[in-house]
Design a protein around this ligand. Structure first.
Ligand code: ADP
Ligand code: UDP
Length: 241
């Protein structure tokens, strides 16, 4: 059997690779971080929930024609993915003002935006993932003009699909972040994860946070909240994936 090597250990996941394989095994970690890793805690069971939530969402997106790196779930806290060449951009889509958008622009959190807003951040921990514009992306050579347009279109397509999925389980999609990679053939592919760590999810009836803001803002335990998101997804969609 070929030996696996640890390719990368991040704040939320570990990636393992066999020498001649184009697939990666991902382990979702029982760890929560915020403020670029300055706040960090072990949270038993979080990895399994994010792995299972991401797996359901990537399968539902595939049914809507949105392909991702997801191949299959292999255990509660592990999945198999296609390895891609990551574009070092975090693409954020916002439907409702919240978080850094509210702070930066002075817009009250919870204000519905007339149309979704797409933002790009340069994924670089040392620089604290700065907000960047189109000219910065071109200057840094992070994506061509055509690729940037494709990223924007993909992000908006994912937004529509996710809004629809979450609406069916009485959740409002406030905003989210995605990451995208390039396949060996040069195609853009949705990668990384989509979970309560990377989305702001508000309960439709109560506006309660069902996401990582619970951790970022010290509002309580995230585990029951992530479990609630998983339970709703599982109940609604387990029969069709
Ligand atoms: P971070 O790097 O921000 O600490 P994670 O702990 O989630 O985040 O680490 C996962 C890493 O794997 C991220 O850097 C992400 O860009 C990268 N990644 C996600 N999907 C793929 C993929 N399909 N191929 C290669 N790298 C990936
Ligand atoms: N986000 C993320 N990873 C990051 C930064 C943001 O997944 O490194 C997600 C976050 O969960 C939210 C959206 O992107 O759903 C917008 O986050 P924002 O810019 O408001 O940042 P924050 O308020 O967390 O600083």
């Amino acid at each position: 059997m070929e030996t696996e090597v640890l390719l990368y250990e991040g704040k939320a996941k570990k990636l393992f690779k066999k020498p001649d394989s184009k697939e990666l095994r991902v382990e979702y970690l029982d760890q929560a971080t915020a403020l670029n890793g300055q706040k960090k805690d072990a949270i038993q069971g979080k990895g399994a929930l994010n792995n299972q939530i991401t797996s359901i969402l990537f399968q539902l997106l595939a049914q809507e024609g949105i392909q991702s790196h997801f191949i299959k779930i292999i255990s509660k806290h592990e999945q198999l993915i296609e390895m891609v060449d990551m574009i070092p951009l975090e693409v954020v889509v916002r439907n409702v003002a919240a978080g850094s958008f509210s702070k930066r622009l002075g817009i009250e959190e919870g204000t519905t935006l007339p149309q979704p807003i797409v933002e790009f951040y340069y994924k670089d921990d040392a620089l604290d993932d700065p907000f960047i514009n189109d000219d910065h992306i071109a200057y840094l050579g992070l994506a061509t003009e055509a690729e940037r347009q494709q990223l924007r279109t993909l992000a908006l397509t994912v937004n529509r699909a996710l809004q629809h999925i979450f609406a069916q389980i009485d959740i409002r999609l406030i905003d989210f972040k995605i990451e995208i990679g390039k396949t060996a053939q040069g195609h853009l592919l949705l990668a990384d994860e989509i979970s309560p760590d990377t989305c702001r999810l508000w309960d439709m009836a109560t506006n309660n946070h069902l996401d990582k803001d619970i951790y970022r803002r010290d509002l309580g335990d995230i585990l029951p909240v992530y479990q609630e998101v998983y339970n709703r997804l599982e109940k609604e969609f387990s029969s069709c994936i």
